[in-house]
Design a protein around this ligand. Structure first.
Ligand code: S3P
Length: 428
């Protein structure tokens, strides 16, 4: 049980650098492992999820060393992975699980994947079924982990994705590298494109059409290791973007944050709500990055539908918090994917927000939130429900009340942001 900081007297001030991007850290290890030669990752995210990826590839026979936030990988090539002696433990990480399924589906050995209780409830057929169309054999008991991947000869496909999911798309891309000829994938909507961008930088041939949803993946690339500095994670910066917008008299700077346009949905939404956000010093090291300045603002309500969801999927609980202080009624719909994250994030946000007296209504695929109703704490014992992002959202929500609050399950924050409370303290 952690006591939370409530109502800071003078707002949030100062400058921080958030940790490395989670999606890019996972992919850096994976692509480094299947490349030829050395890959060095600087500003790697040393949180539990990315360590699950790192340990899995060590067990697949890849020499990997970590010194703080620097990871050095001696790549073994696309066909150099070895059968692990034990099942690979995916921990809590959906990204590790789904991407590794695509990569190992075309290897010459079988692998068993296991995960923690939350991950073992998350749907895996969304990956195993499209991979089966490429000739993969993956046994997912009941649609969930544990899973056994039987390494198979893969063939090319022309496939329209059924869900807007970067994890599913990435699994298919990694499988397509091992197919007999070029595969074509068409997404329902654009989703984060780190796999495509990074694979191209490592030497793969991937054609992305201007429609942003069609890509052609050519097989058997010569991937060459590289040195990469991972930008700050927009999804981690998002907690402080939200906090500084909502806590009166705040002005903060977030340095070196990745601003890939498939990830900046929160900034676009906040701008529409009347937020004060300035993105400066934009530059490119492979992925684009920038410094972000945020000041407190009076916010307008917002309506968000399915089109915008992929670009803000991990930040939707924060959008709900912004809406809970806006001067009207906000509606978020088309966000049914939230129900199959680390927790059912629609149900859990409604439960936790109600403890603070927030006027929020649960919808099958989102929320309706009336920001004009005053908050009143009805239960001061908040909970993360074991979900890292829920824990951090509630810690930010606590800054907006003046009664003592506690958070159960604060440890889960280590999944993506072990330094979260230290960084928050730096801004107080
Ligand atoms: C991720 C994709 C998203 C996101 C997750 C990371 C990735 O999941 O929610 O935190 O790195 O590809 P979905 O593919 O399920 O939308």
């Amino acid at each position: 049980m952690k006591e939370l900081q409530t109502q800071p007297q003078h707002g949030l001030h100062g400058k921080i650098t958030v940790p490395g991007d989670k999606s890019i850290s996972h992919r850096g290890v994976m692509l480094g492992a299947i490349s030829e030669g050395q890959t060095v990752l600087h500003h790697f995210l040393t949180a539990a999820d990315c360590l699950s990826t790192l340990h899995a590839f060590q067990q697949l026979g890849v020499p990997i060393k970590r010194d703080g936030q620097t990871v050095t990988i001696e790549g073994v090539g696309l066909h150099g992975l070895k059968q692990p002696v034990r099942p690979l433990d995916m921990g809590n990480s959906g990204t590790t699980t789904r991407l590794i399924m695509g990569l190992l589906a075309g290897q010459a050995f079988d692998t068993k994947l296991i995960g923690d209780a939350s991950l073992s409830k998350r749907p895996m057929r969304r990956v195993s079924e499209p991979l089966a169309e490429m000739g993969a054999h993956i046994d997912v008991s009941d649609g969930h982990l544990p899973a056994t991947i039987h390494g198979s000869q893969l063939h090319a496909v022309d496939y329209h994705l059924k869900v807007a999911s970067a994890q599913v798309k990435s699994a298919l891309i990694l499988a397509a590298l091992q197919a007999d000829k070029a595969s074509i994938f068409v997404e329902k909507q654009p989703t984060r494109n780190h796999t495509e961008m990074m694979l191209k930088a490592f030497g793969a041939e991937i054609d992305c059409e201007p429609d942003e949803v069609t890509l052609t993946v050519h097989p058997a690339p010569k991937l060459t290791g590289m040195t990469l500095t991972i930008p700050g994670d927009m999804s981690s910066a998002a907690f402080f973007v939200t906090a500084a917008s909502l806590v009166e008299n705040s002005e903060i700077q977030l340095m070196d944050v990745g601003i890939n346009k498939t990830r900046t949905g929160l900034l676009t939404i906040l701008e529409r709500m009347g937020g004060h956000v300035q993105v400066t010093n934009i530059r490119r090291h492979g992925e684009p990055l920038a410094d972000i300045m945020v000041k407190s603002a009076d916010l307008r309500p917002i309506t968000i539908g399915s089109k915008e969801i992929p670009g803000v999927i991990d930040e939707l609980p924060l959008v709900a918090l912004l809406a809970a202080k806006a001067n009207g009624v906000s509606k978020i719909s088309g966000a049914g994917e939230l129900r199959i994250k680390e927790t059912d994030r629609i149900a859990v946000i409604v439960e936790e927000f109600k403890k603070m007296g927030i006027a929020i209504e649960e919808q099958p695929d989102g929320f309706v939130i009336d920001g004009t109703k005053p908050w009143h704490v009805t239960n001061p014992q908040l909970s993360s429900h074991g979900d890292h992002r829920i824990g951090m959202v509630m810690a930010i929500a606590a800054l907006l009340v003046d009664e003592p609050l506690t958070l159960d399950g604060a440890d889960s924050i280590n999944i993506s942001y072990p330094e979260f409370f230290n960084d928050l303290t730096k801004l107080l």
